[in-house]
Design a protein around this ligand. Structure first.
Ligand SMILES: Nc1nc2c(ncn2[C@@H]2O[C@H](COP(=O)(O)OP(=O)(O)OP(=O)(O)O)[C@@H](O)[C@H]2O)c(=O)[nH]1
Ligand SMILES: [Mg+2]
Ligand SMILES: [Zn+2]
Length: 269
């Protein structure tokens, strides 16, 4: 979510597979995500179901089109982004009946997606607008300026709209008269990510060229390490989908290695 916010595009949170949890769990998640500054949409693409909260209490209405989502997509260009296996391609198959995108079962052992989609492709929505499918990712990397990070948390943006920190370069840690520091659920996450962005900034300042040659990657335990990016021209094979690949490189959710690994897996299948 923070990665998505860092694009500065408008972010809509859409939670699929709502058939797998109870209405109580959905309601708890809805309330929680509202405190994070979102107005999430809950779907079950499999059951062609949109969970509407209005009128109260939760009613799961069977409607054949996810109206709240379609309203948000109308006349806009939207990219569907998220981890592998969450149902991005399934959603597009539902919204645009002419598409017949490949969907892949989640791996039983790992409970992870199988990187079924391997390129970005745009489709016309019947209601107007364009929708792009995209490859799922395992871990998103974050390489932003420490000062920027706070703006990627909608609930903190809201605090900054209603107050001002004493220092214009406040990082909202232990500075006096900070309008942001405080009792919000993701504040600890903010501090954790802040450390990573500071570490990344230190590395890029030491080596001016590093930003273009390394990629930050989250590893287990919340640590981050930096690995070299592959040079595209040298290592990537040309393929029938070459026209899609320019778009694919724009898509930062996957490392080049992941893209190549998924292409190799497909070729060997
Ligand atoms: N239970 C349940 N399963 C779903 C739902 N929507 C999709 N699935 C299943 O989830 C699996 C993954 O779906 P995909 O559409 O391939 O997921 P994706 O996000 O496009 O995955 P990548 O292309 O790998 O990024 C498939 O087996 C779908 O049938 C849903 O609403 N409920
Ligand atoms: Mg897909
Ligand atoms: Zn502050």
């Amino acid at each position: 979510m923070i990665k998505a916010e860092s694009t500065r595009l408008r972010v809509t949170l859409c939670l699929n597979k709502s058939d797998l949890v109870s209405p109580t769990t959905l309601e708890q998640w809805q309330n929680r995500l509202i405190t994070w500054g979102y107005d999430p949409i809950f779907l079950s693409v499999q059951q062609r179901r949109t969970y509407l909260r209005d009128p109260q209490p939760w009613v799961d209405q069977l409607i054949d089109q996810p109206i709240p989502l379609l309203e948000q997509l109308q006349d806009r260009v939207t990219v569907v982004s998220g981890p592998s296996g969450v149902g991005k391609s399934s959603l597009i198959n539902w919204l645009i009946p002419q598409t017949d995108l490949r969907v892949g079962a989640v791996s039983g052992k790992l409970g992870r997606g199988r990187h079924t989609t391997r390129h970005v492709e745009l489709f016309h929505l019947p209601t107007g607008g364009l929708l792009a499918d995209s490859p799922g990712f395992n871990q998103a990397s974050l390489t932003c300026e420490p000062q920027e990070l706070i703006h990627y948390f909608p609930e903190a943006r809201h605090l900054l709209e209603n107050g001002t920190c004493q220092f214009s370069d406040c990082l909202h840690r232990d500075e006096p008269n900070c309008a942001v520091r405080g009792d919000w659920e993701r504040y600890e996450h903010y501090l954790n990510f802040l450390e990573k962005t500071i570490a990344y900034q230190e590395i890029t300042q030491q080596q001016p060229d590093v930003e273009t040659s390394v990629k930050a990657k989250d590893i287990a335990g919340g640590a981050q390490h930096y690995e070299p990016k592959l040079e595209l021209k040298k290592y990537r094979r040309s393929s029938r989908r070459s026209q899609h690949q320019a778009l694919q490189t724009v898509y930062e959710g996957m490392t080049q290695e992941e893209i190549i690994a998924s292409e190799d897996a497909a070729e060997n299948a």
